[in-house]
Ligand binder design. Sequence first.
Ligand SMILES: Cc1cc2nc3c(=O)[nH]c(=O)nc-3n(C[C@H](O)[C@H](O)[C@H](O)COP(=O)(O)OP(=O)(O)OC[C@H]3O[C@@H](n4cnc5c(N)ncnc54)[C@H](O)[C@@H]3O)c2cc1C
Ligand code: SF4
Ligand code: SF4
Length: 645
Amino acid sequence: MARIGVYVCHCGTNIAGTVDVAAVRDFAAALPGVVVARDYQYMCSDPGQDLMRKDITQMGLDRVVVASCSPRMHEPTFRRALEGAGLNGYLLEMANIREHVSWVTAGVAAATRKAKALVAGAVRRVALHQPLEERYADVTPQALVVGGGIAGIEAALKIADGGFRVHLVEKEPSIGGQMAKLDKTFPTLDCSACILTPKMVAVAQHPNIVLHTYSEVERVDGFVGNFRVTIRHKARSVDMQKCTGCGTCWSKCPYTAPSEFDEGLGKRKLIYIPFPQAVPNKPVIDRERCVKFRSGKCGACQKLCPTGAIDFTQQDELVEESFGAIIVATGYSLLDPGRGPWGYGRYPNVLTALQLERMINASGPTGGHVQVQDGGTPRAVAILHCIGSRDQNYHEYCSNVCCMYSLKLAHLVKEKTGAEVYNFYIDIRAFGKAYEEFYNRVQNEGVYFIRGKGAEVGSRDGRLLVRCEDTLLGKYREVPVDMVVLSPAMEARPDASHLSQVFGIQRSADGFFLEAHAKLEPLKTATDGVFIAGACQGPKDIPYSVAQGAGAAAEVLRLLSAGRVTISPVVAQVAAEICSGCRACLPICPYNAVSYDEVTKVARVNEALCKGCGTCVAACPSGALSVSHFRTPQVLAQIEEVLAV
Ligand SMILES: Cc1cc2nc3c(=O)[nH]c(=O)nc-3n(C[C@H](O)[C@H](O)[C@H](O)COP(=O)(O)OP(=O)(O)OC[C@H]3O[C@@H](n4cnc5c(N)ncnc54)[C@H](O)[C@@H]3O)c2cc1C
Ligand code: SF4
Ligand code: SF4
């Protein structure tokens, strides 16, 4: 017969305010196998744990039930307490009488009865527990960072400075992300390139960083500590070893295309570097447009390259590497405002905020001049906040940084042109350090603020017309201007769904990557060893993205320096003699932990990937799967007992 101790926690008044803990304690004391039952103010406190440890050693307990909060909170605490007294940590069962009872049940009588039922179920189940042993796997001592924006750059540098090798994979020909396109940054107005490019150069020069630009992750296998990753190096048509970045090719290429970096406002050559400070400072050929690729003619760059670096026959290359941990920092896209009533794509003087950033920038398409299409200086400029954010028709969420970058752009336009600047806003969200002060500064500079969403942009007499309902004046207004700047919502990248499958990351309803816990695990994901940082998790500004990059790096350094990972013993197991090989369990596992063994013709569980969620157990028509600690007789006994109270 098992010798069970039951400990009922008050959790201050969290539980004791609704549940009669003394009654639950007395009820538990009378259950079969229970040797001792106690209640205590805070079981998770040191004295609470001491109580348990003393009983285990002095009374010879071999099983423990703690009736308290969710096991997600304190299961590790109580497991360690058991181990401290020499008992296997898995001979513990928790009855959640806080989240499942006191916080959700009205009336002391009903709550106490429910708590008794849960305790009775836990006591029945713990009697059937078996001791389980954790196992360990070695960790490959290098990390992968995907996305070379400011979040990924910060993460890579921190890991590399910590002494570990890190591979940084960037989809575009250069690292830098969206920050590289910005002119000045709010609220301090420091030049974006001046603070970003030293970090980009540091990445290129760091002996611990391997940079893969113009590359994408194709496939991820394995598990925390031991990921096997396939990276595709897209063909640049330029031999990176031979190229010296002299610039002859891109200055001599006779053809141009709209520059993605200048948001379509300027032109680039068909062999190009995206921007002057690009890292690496070596070009790439736009194969879709290159005349040589399309018609076999031209080839000017090849003829003129002094080092013979142009290689039109170059193919994509697949590289395989092993990593202990992965950080995904793939950033954001901007909502396409052409979908809305704001005249974007219809009127040439309606721009996005990112286009204006490029126009203001000295190395941008107009050399830093804010100008309308005919080259003149605008006399009046409207900046429309909340384009596609806080809007049921597009995104319900607040895009977080648009108020601040709109204020910044208002300041810069005023400074450069002296134009009248109108901000159309719902309300101003200047939430960060020195942000409200910056808002006040812009107001004092004479920028106008109209509280009302810019609902529509039309035109009259050659000028643009912004229509809105001014909610302060309580009247409909039409404001004539020469230029309209739209502040579109930051949104999840179009390939977020694909990436979520490659890396095993879940997504929230808004499409961004989902963290493991909104408050306590903001950088972890559902897959152990895969972390997220920056705007791929949701709209955020540069300081927040940098902080997340550094935080994710700390998580990775913790893993890599530990040298090994613990593998939970609570995993699914296949009874090979029962498995029919139907494979119903394979697609259902959310962690891709089940595979089919072609030799033995039965399903096989990768214990390092398995989270013990039990989904496969429910799906198996033959009853061949079970999860240790949650075996069918245990679960049935628990349910039977709960229903009997
Ligand atoms: C108009 C505008 C003005 C702004 N002004 C400011 C400002 O003044 N101050 C401020 O604090 N913030 C500002 N921001 C916000 C700022 O842009 C973001 O905070 C910052 O860029 C987020 O960095 P990130 O690294 O998370 O994402 P990103 O900058 O988006 O970088 C992500 C990187 O990942 C790469 N990538 C994407 N998918 C893949 C893939 N599958 N494989 C490999 N690589 C991939 C991308 O190419 C990119 O290089 C502004 C934003 C906008 C739109
Ligand atoms: S001309 Fe040759 S060496 Fe010079 S940048 Fe172009 S590819 Fe590189
Ligand atoms: S940050 Fe400001 S402008 Fe951007 S969506 Fe939120 S409220 Fe609108």
